[in-house]
Design a protein around this ligand. Structure first.
Ligand code: SF4
Ligand code: SF4
Length: 231
């Protein structure tokens, strides 16, 4: 038998720092084409996982470590998601891992890409945290220093509660005010074209690097509001 606790133990054993579960009835407000059943029609449960990333690289000049961390962490959550999906199939269920990329949706003019499902919205619905004005998922223990992955399955699992974390204060707009290119709107929608043109650039050798993380770094909750911020 497959249980929510069993899946969480498996995720932890594989190296995930967070694992939460949502039931499909939480997704009635999903945009057309981005409902979990649009990806796999028999989806009944959504498993969201996250791995922590270290924050010191936010405070150094070279973008190299942060770029490497992003890529390694993405690979790590993908490996864990893959193993969880395999486990469901070994137990007789169906499961699909949800990758961050490649995108199916891409609008060239606005340079807007969308994952087949939004990992941060899956994380929110699975109780891992809240989505801040900077458009990042923020967990109460680990802040926004996390990388997300997910699996959808036809197994019925007991869901977790939505997060009751404190959210952005109305008076805080630090991420919006400090984005170097004004990419974050007051409605918290990020202009991907503005962000990509500033943050995703090629170095002298033509390798893509992540040259900006100001919206992550400036957030007072970046390390989780239950911990003392350190830098
Ligand atoms: S990564 Fe940089 S450019 Fe992009 S939204 Fe954040 S602060 Fe703005
Ligand atoms: S900087 Fe302030 S407004 Fe932006 S995500 Fe963090 S808490 Fe929210």
């Amino acid at each position: 038998m497959i249980t929510s606790n069993g899946i969480k133990e498996l995720a932890r054993g594989l190296g995930a720092d967070l694992c939460g579960i949502a039931s499909i009835d939480r997704f009635d407000d999903s945009p057309k084409g981005f409902h979990p059943t649009d990806v796999y029609k028999n989806t009944k449960s959504i498993i969201s996982i996250a791995c922590r990333i270290p924050g010191t690289s936010l405070y150094i000049d070279s973008p190299s470590p942060y770029t490497a961390i992003e890529d390694i962490a993405m690979s790590r959550v993908s490996q864990i998601s893959l193993s969880i999906a395999m486990h469901f199939e070994q137990c007789g269920f169906h499961a699909v891992m949800i990758p961050s990329t490649p995108y199916d949706y891409w609008d060239e003019e606005s340079k807007t890409g969308k994952g087949i499902l939004s990992l941060k919205h899956l994380g929110y619905k699975a109780g891992l945290g809240y989505i801040g004005k900077n458009s990042l998922l923020c967990n109460d223990l680990f802040g926004n220093l996390i990388k997300l992955g997910a699996v959808i399955t036809d197994a019925e699992l007991v869901p977790d509660k939505l997060s009751d974390s404190v959210k952005c204060l109305d008076s805080c707009n630090l991420c919006i005010e400090n984005c170097p290119v004004g990419a974050i709107g007051l409605d918290s929608v990020v202009s991907q074209i503005k962000c990509r043109e500033h943050a995703e650039i090629n170095n002298k050798r033509g390798v893509e690097i992540y040259a900006c993380h100001e919206c992550r770094k400036i957030c007072p909750n970046r390390n989780g509001y239950k911990k003392i911020n350190r830098e």
